[in-house]
Ligand binder design. Sequence first.
Ligand code: FES
Length: 73
Amino acid sequence: MAEVSITPTENGPYKVTGPVELIDPDGNPINAPGQTVFLCRCGGSTNKPFCDGTHSKIGFQGAMRAVEAAEES
Ligand code: FES
């Protein structure tokens, strides 16, 4: 198993597990709690890059599901 894994959750954030370093656009480190972080992929979090649960309120649909649904049509 890889040291770091990134798993898209069902219609939610990316779950990132392992020893990663988060860096902001200016090159500054972002303090991340622990070895597992949940990164927003809906764009709605007010605590980016972390998920704050907003994806549930806005009805975010994960792209992987959308692509699969489109291919079935
Ligand atoms: S994925 Fe959870 S707030 Fe964006």
